[in-house]
Design a protein around this ligand. Structure first.
Ligand SMILES: Cc1cc2nc3c(=O)[nH]c(=O)nc-3n(C[C@H](O)[C@H](O)[C@H](O)COP(=O)(O)O)c2cc1C
Length: 182
């Protein structure tokens, strides 16, 4: 699968088969994560693999907008880079880098036939459940597993048209009809 196909075909998956993904597949997915860019190559991330059913159930309670039945999940932990790179910390770059690692995870998983999602989480609760130190952040929980059904292809209309998103030289305003949610 080429990169463009993976980018365009990936879907968020909410219904999973119960079998967990094998260790070698998981290894390939985390290997893709570590090649994401990060400020000064600080690689400010750690990944917690969760297979324990009780823990998965507890984590499901920490996401009011994400319902799924994945047999596994990956919590993405973000480490601060304050001491060496305070400006980059201040503008939120460790989290940005973490999100890039998440995209690598999602695309690598998709290529391997594995589905993922992004769960928006109540961070304090998740940190407590997973024993994450106070000074670290937790970006998201990625439910992961084999999709229960064949995921439908995106429609072209699932995304805004390219020309509606492009500005040249300066910000030239939003395209007509663009929905803003503020
Ligand atoms: C920052 C972020 C937060 C998201 N939070 C949730 C969430 O809480 N629950 C959920 O079901 N999906 C969540 N999603 C997934 C989006 O709903 C999904 O990517 C979007 O609807 C487009 O669908 P697609 O990924 O299949 O193209 C989130 C995605 C991102 C990038």
């Amino acid at each position: 699968m080429n990169v463009t196909d993976a980018i365009k075909q990936r879907r968020v998956i909410h219904n999973f088969r119960s079998d967990p993904i094998p260790d070698d597949v998981l290894y390939k997915i985390i290997d893709a994560a570590r090649w994401a860019p990060s400020p000064f190559n600080t690689q400010p991330w750690e990944f917690i693999i969760i297979r324990n059913k009780d823990t998965l159930e507890k984590l499901a309670q920490c996401s009011p907008t994400s319902k799924c039945d994945a047999p596994m999940a990956i919590a993405v932990v973000i480490l601060p880079i304050t001491a060496k790179y305070p400006f980059h910390q201040q503008v939120g770059e460790p989290e940005h880098a973490g999100a890039m690692a998440v995209q690598n995870i999602m695309l690598a998983a998709w290529e391997l036939g594995v589905g993922t999602a992004w769960a928006t989480i109540e961070k304090d609760k998740v940190k407590q459940i997973l024993n994450i130190p106070e000074e670290f952040d937790v970006l998201t929980i990625i439910p992961i597993g084999y999709p229960m059904d064949e995921p439908p292809m995106h429609e072209e209309t699932d995304r805004l048209p390219v020309e509606d998103l492009m500005n040249f030289e300066k910000f030239t305003g939003l395209s007509e009809g663009r929905i803003m949610v503020y």
